[in-house]
Structures are given as C-alpha cells and as structure tokens.
Design a protein around this ligand. Structure first.
Ligand SMILES: [Zn+2]
Ligand SMILES: [Zn+2]
Length: 460
C-alpha cells in the first residue's frame, strides 16, 4: 500500500478553527476539493485530500445556509464552491432562489492546480501503456511541477499561514501511484524501485528511469594477454585511430567485455560497468576459486533472467579464456562491499622467478624465514605511478615457499595481504619495496610469470 505520508503525525500548529481558515481561503480563491483538502493534509487521518476538501466545503455550505441570500459575501463564497461542482452548494443556492452563476467554463477550473486532479487518469493511461513492455516488480512516481503552480501554492500558504499542508507534488505523485498500482498490480517502492516514472507536467513528457541490474559472481582467467577491464587506446584516448585499428581500445578483449557481452545480449540494456574485487596484472592468471566481481547492466530490458543460463552462455563463449561461477543478483552496495573486502583479502600467488646469479640453497631458507609473517614497506611501484599516488604502504607477507626449478630459476608460492605488489616484492623495484627477494638473496630477482591461485574470502 502507498503510505499516506505524514497523516498519522500529530500536528503542533493545529489550526484552532479549521472551518474559519477554510472559509477565509475560499473567500478569495476558487479551489478544487484536492487543493483545499491538501492544505489540511496533516490534520487527522484516514481521508484523502479530496475527501477532506469535500467535507470542509459541505460543512461551510451548511454553516452559510442561514446567511444567504442576504449576506452577499456568504453568497459569493457559496457561488465559488458551487462553480467547482459541489452539489450541496448548488442545491443551497437553488433553495434560497439565488442566481447560480455557472456561466463561463473558465470559471470552473481550480485556480491553483488548473484542473490537474480532475485529469489524473489522462496521465496514468500513457504511463501504463509505456510500462507494458517493461520487466519490473516495483516503481516510484516522480513529477516536475510547473514553477507557476508551485508559486501559487506557496503564496496561498504564506497568505493564510497554513502549517498543515503537504506539497502538490507529493499528493500528485501519490495519487498517480495508486492508480498505476491498481492497473498494473505492481508495488510502489520508495527505496529501490526497479523503475522511476517521471511525469513532466509542463510538457506532458513521461520518462522511465530504469534501475541498473547488478549481478555478482566470480571469475577465473586462463590467459596472459587480456586486462580485467577495457583499456582505452593511449594514442586516441578511445576515439579510434590507426594505432588501435579504430577500436579505441588498447587490447581487443578484456575480462569485462567477455563477461558483459553475453549478459547484455540476454538482459538488454544500454551499457555495462564492471566492478572487480581488485585486479590482477594483464599477464597474470586468476585461478583457484576466482575473483569476485559485480557487473552492472544499465537500463536493462529484462531483470528476471536465468543466471544459470547466463553462466553457461558466458563460459561457452569465452572458452578457455575466462570462466565465471557463483552468479547471484546483487545491488549497488555489493560493489562497495567487494571493493573494501578486496583490500583485506589474503591471496595466494604462484610466481616463476629468474635470478641473475647462482644462489646457495641456505639463502632460500633464509628468504622463507625472513618473509614469514612480515610487514614490509612498499612504495607505489614505478610501473603504476602514472595512475596511483606515490606513497608508502605497509603490507603483510604471511608466507613464502620456494621450489627450485633450475639453476637461476625458482617457483615461489606467496601468501600475502590484499594490495601487496608481488612483482615488486620479488624485484625490490630499485629499493622501493623493502625487504624483497632481491635484497635478501643479494641478486637481481625477476618475476617472469605470476598467477593468483587462491582468494581467501569469507565465503570459502
Ligand atoms: Zn486544484
Ligand atoms: Zn587509438
């Protein structure tokens, strides 16, 4: 049910003589039931503004009955109410044999809303027909009210010192919302509506804003040549040039595109955004249980989609490059959640490392011991300085275990804190990471192959 906002509140500045205030308003203004009732929206409960306005008008007609036809002011107020179609007012004038001045048609429109509340169904019809092809469960109505109407309402409120009214916008959107709900059987949702319907009263335009669809999942990456997200071409900044073969991209494929493509085909929508829980280097594999991600589909045509089918479709299409799993529907909050989680998540890496001289086995033992449960200082690596600020981060290495592959070639399994730069932990990055494989082994160590083999998240 649509909440009758604020109606259950007790009002402090309750008008002492509500009828007197209503009478004063109607003396100089011709208002419809809605617009009169709305000025008392916060008084009492259980009535629509229209009902409130109607009751107040009828009460006034009864009150004025003994004053007409002699009191000219009473007659004119009665006339004003009769012009707006109040049956009791018309009968009252008839009985007292007063002239009923129902002359021109432009005399019978509400001076405040200009007949808006008589035409609600005219607005609802096109909205409902627009909604017919949409896949949604919930909606909310928004409106752009012409400034001259807002100004008129402000003036009335100021003139009569009205403290119990609600805004024309909230009444309009609520009443429209009720009618839409009755015709579509969909629920209004004030927090996270699937669709926001915006009605612009000045030009009768109706726009539908569709909430993005968020899908959570985990991905694994099996090739060393694709980045996680789309990279714009350096030369043209994404516009397209000879260098990038007019694709605007530095790499022809990315994890993002491989996943988003099939999803967009199924869900529709105007575009997508990929949010990863951290990222691995282009040349690193992402193995094990996979890395969490959230993909956001903008303005989806379908929400009720089969995630199992999507998983199959993506995995079939991307073959041995990328595989996804654990898909579930998510919301915007999940994006922040996986990003902040990524900073804390331990990861297990496997690195193949070359050394520029022969190293005695004892030194590998020393390396394993020295890096066990160690906090190290890592200044932003030179290779990412162009996109990250230059500062020193303290990161933890939990364990390192070394396997010798050949003379001057080893394999290391490293468990480290999220955000630890592994290539620099190995090379030392000219002293920017301390200590490092190079500093402990007293040689130049270089990571030639790197894979993320496991993410230790809470889920596992
Ligand atoms: Zn009105
Ligand atoms: Zn280019």
């Amino acid at each position: 049910m649509i909440k009758e906002m604020g109606k259950l509140k007790t009002v402090k500045n309750y008008p002492k003589f509500m009828l007197e205030l209503a009478l004063n308003i109607l003396k100089d203004n011709r208002l419809c039931d809605n617009c009169l009732g709305r000025q008392f929206a916060l008084v009492g409960f259980g009535l629509t503004n229209k009902e409130r306005g109607h009751i107040l008008k009828n009460a006034l007609i009864l009150e004025l009955y003994n004053k007409i036809p002699d009191d000219t002011e009473a007659v004119s107020i009665n006339q004003n109410i009769a012009k707006m179609g109040n049956v009791l007012a018309v009968q009252s004038l008839q009985r007292k044999e007063c002239e009923i001045n129902l002359n021109s048609a432009n005399d019978s429109a509400c001076e405040l809303c200009e007949g808006l509340f008589d035409q609600l169904t005219n607005y609802v019809k096109p909205v409902v027909s627009k909604l017919k092809d949409e896949d949604y469960q919930s909606f909310i109505v928004g409106a752009k009210i012409p400034p001259e109407i807002l100004e008129k309402e402000d003036n009335i409120r100021a003139k009569y010192n009205i403290t119990t009214g609600e805004s024309i916008k909230s009444e309009f959107t609520r009443e429209i919302g009720k009618l839409i709900m009755n015709q579509t059987n969909k629920e209004p949702d004030f927090e996270l509506p699937d669709i926001t319907i915006i009605i612009d009263l000045s030009n009768q335009n109706i726009t539908l804003q569709k909430r993005s669809l968020f899908i959570y999942g985990r991905y694994r990456k099996f090739i060393r040549t694709i980045p996680q997200t789309k990279w714009p071409c350096y030369d043209c900044n994404g516009k397209g040039c000879i260098r990038c073969n007019y694709t605007g991209k530095r790499y022809t494929e990315s994890v993002e595109e491989l996943i988003a493509g099939p999803i967009l085909k199924i869900a529709g929508g105007i575009g997508s955004r990929f949010h990863g829980a951290g990222r691995e280097d282009i040349d690193a594999l992402m193995l094990g249980n996979g890395r969490p991600f959230v993909i956001e589909i903008k303005e989806p045509e379908k929400r009720n989609i089969d995630l199992k089918k999507i998983e199959k479709r993506v995995n079939k299409k991307t073959k041995r490059k990328v595989q996804i799993s654990n898909l579930s529907f998510a919301n915007k909050k999940k994006v922040q959640e996986i990003k902040s989680q990524a900073k804390k998540t331990r990861k297990t890496y496997r690195a193949t490392i070359t050394l520029d001289k022969d190293i005695p086995d004892e030194l590998f033992l020393k390396l394993q011991n020295e890096l066990k449960e160690t906090k190290l200082k890592q200044q932003t690596p030179k290779r990412v300085l162009h996109r990250r600020s230059d500062l020193v981060r303290v990161k933890t290495v939990y364990s390192v275990s070394i396997k010798k592959l050949a003379e001057r070639e080893i394999e290391a399994e490293i468990i480290g804190e999220g955000g630890l730069y592994i290539k620099e932990l190995i090379s030392g990055d000219d002293g920017r990471t301390k200590p490092s494989f190079s500093s402990i082994l007293d040689c130049q160590a270089k990571c030639v192959k790197l894979d993320v083999v496991y993410l230790h998240t809470d889920e596992n």
